[in-house]
Design a protein. Structure first.
Length: 508
């Protein structure tokens, strides 16, 4: 009998996988990306990217975790001892992301309270940067700890680590079975309220109106693949780790389709809610949709508070719903991100799960305090940009090339997936992973490197957001580089005997 922790059911696994995929980016990134890349026409390359990259990659990672029964480093080690570093590279990226992702959830928690009486006032931008974050320092300076961020950050980590302490079945699975349905219900309420506002149809028309002239633009297709790639929690150890907890009889391929379409369905729901609210804001202020569209932090913590201020009624209720939805989406993702390094550390060093939670989760919580300082937003901004663009995207490209081209694992992984799944994989899966995905990801990475290097060397202070060179180098490039170097260093250390790296029982 297998001693490894397991999800209690396949439904529990799917909830956890969907919970990992649905994060803050679904709510504040997808609507703006779709609008800027052709509106309704964007859904054509988006769906194509989902079917040729997103779901095939999910199937591959589900198969790796389920077949080799370990965290990402252990699964890659069991696949081929020479590629353990790839798993640790992914784990290091997940660890870095968890340190600042937790702080954004803390902001959302604070804003849930601010929504009660619209504490942000009429100038929501000034409130965020000056009153709440107290951003009065230059890039690279920390300043002092901001209590208004630090206290909710402690709450976020207390909840996250508390769930992780309870394990896979009683902690992660139970939490996702509560959080995900609750998140969907809350966001449905937001959408229902938003679409009944004056001007909502104008916003929805702007969101769905197709601009087919952009379909021929390669940049639109790259944006579609980028959105799918970043929103599905691919390539930073999560899906490999989660699938290793699946029971032996688990339909991998069908689970991947459900996860992929579930994530995309929520993104569409988010787009409807966001643009209906933006349409209302545009009409109430006499502006065009172009003038109010925003993404990221600006959308969530500047634009939406403005929208809430303009509500004809139930301002507090709508505000609480919106920011609680951010908290729930963030928590399910943070739990999954943290589980990657907790599982890896526990197996590598042969320590108990509770010790791994204390060490891994505790270290991440301590480091996250950096982002709760006066200069925290700037550190967060540059770290997030570089770890996503030159960490997650790059490691995804390397993962596909290593697994598909060098290790030639598609046939054994396909055989494994077909053996436990109702839907059998055909030639399309091999073509997607062997040709389409590496070409598109390679094109993305080439463009990103070229753009950033040209900015840095061709124009004075032409860095990302105009940050000075020293800040870009140690806050961006060094952070992304550290994850890769860490992967090679820790892979040198031998596995603890408790890991039983060579005596696992492969699912067949």
């Amino acid at each position: 009998m297998e001693n490894r922790s397991q999800f209690g059911s396949r439904a529990g696994f799917i909830m956890a996988a969907v919970g990992s995929a649905i994060g803050l980016g679904n709510i504040w990134r997808f609507p703006a990306v779709a609008y800027e890349n052709g509106g309704g026409a964007f859904f054509i390359p988006y769906l194509f990217a989902l079917l040729t990259a997103g779901i095939p990659l999910l199937i591959m990672e589900f198969s790796i975790g389920h077949k080799y029964r370990g965290s990402a480093p252990l699964s890659y080690f069991r696949m081929n001892k020479k590629v353990e570093w790839l798993g640790w590279w992914q784990v290091a990226i997940a660890f870095i992301i968890s340190t600042y992702y937790s702080v954004i959830i803390a902001w959302a928690l604070s804003y849930s309270v601010f929504s009660v009486n619209q504490s942000w006032g009429s100038n929501t931008e000034s409130f965020l940067f000056n009153d709440y974050l107290k951003l009065t320092v230059d890039p690279g300076q920390t300043g002092s700890i901001v209590p208004g961020v630090f206290i909710p950050l402690l709450i976020v980590w207390a909840v996250t680590l508390g769930i992780l302490f309870r394990g896979v079945k009683k902690g992660i699975e139970v939490a996702n079975k509560i959080f995900i349905p609750l998140l969907v219900v809350i966001f449905l309420l937001i959408v229902i309220r938003a679409v009944t506002l004056p001007g909502a149809l104008t916003g929805l028309d702007a969101f769905f109106k197709p601009d087919f002239s952009l379909i021929a633009d390669p940049g639109v297709w790259v944006a579609a693949y980028g959105q799918i790639f970043f929103s599905l929690s691919i390539a930073f150890a999560i899906m490999v780790t989660y699938s290793s907890y699946l029971p032996k009889k688990a339909d991998i391929t069908n689970s991947a389709f459900i996860t992929g379409f579930g994530n995309s369905g929520f993104e569409l729901l988010a787009g409807i809610g966001v643009f209906a609210a933006l349409g209302f804001m545009a009409q109430s202020q006499g502006l065009s949709i172009d003038e109010v569209v925003a993404g990221g932090v600006g959308l969530a913590f500047v634009v939406f508070p403005e929208i809430i201020n303009s509500f004809p009624a139930f301002n507090a209720f709508f505000g609480i719903l919106f920011f609680v939805s951010l908290v729930l989406a963030g928590l399910t993702s943070l739990i999954s991100i943290s589980e990657t390094y907790i599982a890896a550390v526990s197996e590598k060093f042969g320590i108990s799960r509770n010790k791994a939670v204390l060490f891994g989760g505790g270290l991440s919580a301590v480091l996250s305090i950096l982002f709760a300082t006066q200069g925290g937003l700037l550190f967060l901004d540059v770290a997030d940009y570089f770890i996503n663009q030159f960490g997650v995207a790059f490691v995804g490209l390397v993962e596909v090339i290593v697994v598909v081209w060098f290790l030639r694992q598609l046939n054994p992984l396909q055989a494994h997936a077909d053996n436990v799944s109702d839907i059998r994989l055909g030639l399309w899966w091999k073509i997607c992973l062997g040709v389409i995905t590496p070409i598109v990801l390679g094109f993305m990475m080439f463009g990103l490197f070229k753009m950033n290097l040209m900015k840095q060397f061709d124009t004075p202070n032409g860095n990302y957001e105009g940050y000075p060179d020293y800040f870009i180098n140690f806050g961006g490039w060094a952070v992304a580089g550290f994850a890769l170097i860490f992967g090679f260093i820790i892979a040198v250390k031998r596995w603890h005997s408790k890991a039983n790296v060579d005596s696992y029982k492969e699912v067949s």
